[in-house]
Ligand binder design. Sequence first.
Ligand SMILES: Nc1ncnc2c1ncn2[C@@H]1O[C@@H]2COP(=O)(O)O[C@H]3[C@@H](O)[C@H](n4cnc5c(N)ncnc54)O[C@@H]3COP(=O)(O)O[C@H]2[C@H]1O
Ligand SMILES: Nc1ncnc2c1ncn2[C@@H]1O[C@@H]2COP(=O)(O)O[C@H]3[C@@H](O)[C@H](n4cnc5c(N)ncnc54)O[C@@H]3COP(=O)(O)O[C@H]2[C@H]1O
Lengths: 141, 141
Amino acid sequence: LPSRDFLETRIEDYIISSEKVAHVQLGNSAEHALLVLTKTGYSAVPVLDLKYRFCGLINAQRITESILGMNHIEYERLPEIRVEDIMQTDLPLIKINDRFQRALDLLINQNFLCVVDDDGMFMGILTRRVILKQLKKQIYQ
Amino acid sequence: LPSRDFLETRIEDYIISSEKVAHVQLGNSAEHALLVLTKTGYSAVPVLDLKYRFCGLINAQRITESILGMNHIEYERLPEIRVEDIMQTDLPLIKINDRFQRALDLLINQNFLCVVDDDGMFMGILTRRVILKQLKKQIYQ
Ligand SMILES: Nc1ncnc2c1ncn2[C@@H]1O[C@@H]2COP(=O)(O)O[C@H]3[C@@H](O)[C@H](n4cnc5c(N)ncnc54)O[C@@H]3COP(=O)(O)O[C@H]2[C@H]1O
Ligand SMILES: Nc1ncnc2c1ncn2[C@@H]1O[C@@H]2COP(=O)(O)O[C@H]3[C@@H](O)[C@H](n4cnc5c(N)ncnc54)O[C@@H]3COP(=O)(O)O[C@H]2[C@H]1O
């Protein structure tokens, strides 16, 4: 049964590490980001800089919202909008040595959490799927 | 601590009822669906028929995928594509008298579950957020 000990578990073993995480880079266009989201099938992905530091999150909603003109959706502008102009940046981040307790609190309001080190380097993500699997496992033990 | 009794809880009190759920209707265009997704900010919403029966799910990925041409994204085709042509239909559904155990199992792989009655009428949704809040509450009790 998920006990409070379970909440003390380190998140480290449960993160999807950065090389497995689909992402876009600072400087990429909104059109490129839309293609990445469409081809990977993820509803949101991280935006990283050239040094692989975490910068923000991009999703299709922010892309479409940026081109909603008065009378029509201005698709022709997608190549000229950069992800840094429209990404979400006010996000809670977690560290590799954080515990499940903090992750659970934050995953109530987020689909996934980005994990960074002390220099802001992107380490990976912790998803709701992973935490739900662990919670289920705890109940059945 | 979430016990197996907790898993026997009925989902009924936890669903977001249908009148609060953003959705689109059979016959709507992909363009209309994209506007609904963009304005509500949800990454996926249900598709209902005129009798409010559940038909499928639509998201931005399926919309964009449907217009990925050889050389460019064919936005001009959006008004002529209908949601029924592109929605996801192979989905697990839950009933109003189902228990948390079933919901937890399914929410490991889905962001949310659509709740229907025996006639397929859409009753509402059960989200990962709601189940995570309940699991957290159980741990702290
Ligand atoms: N290719 C696939 N294969 C199998 N199942 C899939 C899948 N794509 C999505 N799902 C399922 O759908 C859920 C929602 O995905 P979504 O893309 O909205 O939201 C995702 C996405 O925005 C992000 N994410 C997950 N894995 C990622 C990755 N490898 N790269 C980039 N972003 C990822 O984290 C969110 C939550 O993911 P989570 O796993 O909790 O929950 C996922 C997972 O249960
Ligand atoms: N307007 C808002 N205000 C506050 N928080 C918000 C929000 N929009 C999204 N969120 C947060 O982001 C999570 C992911 O939302 P998403 O739109 O990808 O995925 C959503 C969406 O596809 C669907 N959904 C939730 N509420 C809905 C509603 N009222 N109408 C239609 N679809 C809904 O269920 C999925 C999971 O929702 P869940 O609540 O577990 O998880 C939500 C919630 O924690």
